[in-house]
Ligand binder design. Structure first.
Ligand SMILES: Cc1cc2nc3c(=O)[nH]c(=O)nc-3n(C[C@H](O)[C@H](O)[C@H](O)COP(=O)(O)OP(=O)(O)OC[C@H]3O[C@@H](n4cnc5c(N)ncnc54)[C@H](O)[C@@H]3O)c2cc1C
Length: 417
């Protein structure tokens, strides 16, 4: 743990204040749930907005059901968004439906593609209506306040000045490169998937009409993921880990050609891609920590388990962690004492689900994505996949695994009253 021990300068007279570092889906949803229970919450976000290149847009049925419990689903769905009912991969042999979300027994049988900046902006505006909630943007946590081996809050910088923020409980929801995790001396067991992603936006080709073009396109050693946002496309061009340098040497025109080869409709708009500065190169790392907590501190979301983009589930898992945390800790927070056992209960509740989905992602990365990227011939999915994906029940099971996983959370009834 950080060695820093400081006397606390009291910024709040509240004995049960919670400090949450990171306004991603985990931090924002947890803030809202706790503040609704009258618990004072200060949410610190290092950046000045909610737009992150890596977040994607996918909000699944189980997260929409949670929002419904919060009475926010309709308002969220009134934000401009697109819907995807089937996850399809286009190969040289035709389309394969990997998952059919329209078969889910849910009021929301689809993936809602909601740009995260809009989604998180909306949820924080909701939280701001509550008296105990404060959001501080441009507030970067750089140290922990530790007293008697217990975390008692954080120290953050804003506008070049340092501030101490005391808290009964500190939540590290600061994502895959979590500073809180590092300060607490919690090691991330990393795995390195075989791929990196080149992430960029293009105008939506008119030729797609009203159909949603989201899904995967495959070629010889290439994969393109498309998120159709209705007015623009978010694209992820998947490359073998570390191979970006070679691609860059070939020039951006080579990337444009490859994109048109993978999806001919892109000819209409690919010309706007003129420079590598329009692309974010995202190194895909996954991993998890063995212990999610220290006295006075809990990690949730990617800070506890770094998710791969496969399946577009990381946002969902971050939201489910937030719900489990609120379900299990609200009572203790209201009473003003949170024990290590309370914190461990959150890990026990969420660990099985995150391990399971990371294993599924890892199998897809090793068996399908890796062989597709290495092949010099047009991608042909493994025989078993080709057979199974012909059956509606398999497409439904895959949709269920992606949208709910194991142990999906529901907000406890007493927290929704
Ligand atoms: C290439 C790529 C594509 C992806 N696509 C998808 C997708 O389509 N769908 C999906 O569900 N998941 C996707 N994921 C995974 C997803 O992005 C994460 O699982 C999810 O964002 C985790 O949410 P979080 O709230 O835990 O953390 P984050 O969303 O990472 O939020 C953490 C927040 O903490 C802030 N922060 C960081 N350090 C500090 C600090 N010191 N002080 C204060 N604030 C700090 C950050 O600015 C950030 O806003 C993708 C991942 C990658 C790598």
């Amino acid at each position: 743990m950080s060695r820093l021990i400081k006397k606390m300068t009291v910024m709040s007279d509240s004995a049960n204040q919670v400090c949450i570092a990171g306004a991603g889906p985990a931090g924002v949803v947890l803030s809202l749930l706790l503040a609704r229970q009258g618990i004072p919450v200060i949410l610190l976000e290092a950046q000045s907005d909610f737009d992150r290149d890596f977040r994607g847009d996918t909000v699944h049925a189980s997260a929409l059901e949670i929002l419904e419990q919060m009475d926010l689903a309709q308002a969220v769905l009134s934000l401009s968004h697109a819907r995807v009912e089937r996850f399809q991969i286009t190969t040289a042999q035709g389309n394969i439906t990997m998952a059919d979300f329209s078969r889910l027994d849910s009021a929301f049988p689809y993936i809602a593609l909601i740009p995260q900046a809009r989604f998180l902006g909306f949820l924080t505006e909701e939280a701001k209506k509550l008296p105990g909630f404060s959001l501080i943007m441009n507030a970067k946590v750089h140290d922990l306040i530790i007293d008697d081996n217990e975390v008692r809050g954080v120290i953050y910088t804003k506008d070049g000045k340092s501030f101490e923020l005391p808290a009964l409980l500190t939540i590290g929801a600061d994502g895959r490169g979590s500073r809180i995790r590092e300060l607490a001396g919690i090691k991330l067991g990393k795995t390195t998937p075989p791929m990196d992603v080149i992430w960029f936006k293009l105008p939506r080709p008119s030729i797609f009409g009203s159909a949603n073009a989201s899904g995967g396109r495959t070629g010889a050693g290439t994969i393109l993921a498309i998120l159709d946002r209705g007015n623009e496309l978010q694209l992820g061009y998947v490359v073998v880990k570390g191979s970006f340098k070679t691609l860059r040497e070939q020039g951006i025109a080579a990337l444009r050609d490859e994109l048109c080869h993978l999806e001919p409709a892109l000819r209409e708009c690919v010309g706007v891609l003129k420079d590598w500065s329009q692309c974010a190169i995202l190194s895909v790392v996954t991993g998890r920590v063995d212990c999610w907590h220290r006295p006075g501190l809990l990690l949730i979301g990617d800070a506890a388990h770094v998710m791969s983009p496969v399946g577009g589930v990381g946002i969902n898992y971050a939201i489910h962690d937030a719900v489990a945390t609120a379900n299990l800790l609200t009572e203790s927070l209201l009473e003003g004492t949170v024990t290590d056992d309370d914190l461990h209960a959150v890990q026990l509740r969420r660990e099985r689900a995150t391990r399971f989905i990371q294993s599924v992602q890892s199998i897809i990365q090793r068996r399908i994505i890796s062989s597709a990227l290495k092949s010099s011939r047009p991608f042909r999915p493994p025989l078993l996949v080709r057979i199974l994906t012909r059956f509606g029940f398999f497409q439904k099971i895959m949709a269920r695994i992606i949208a709910y996983g194991l142990d999906p959370e529901r907000i406890e009834p007493e927290l929704t009253a």
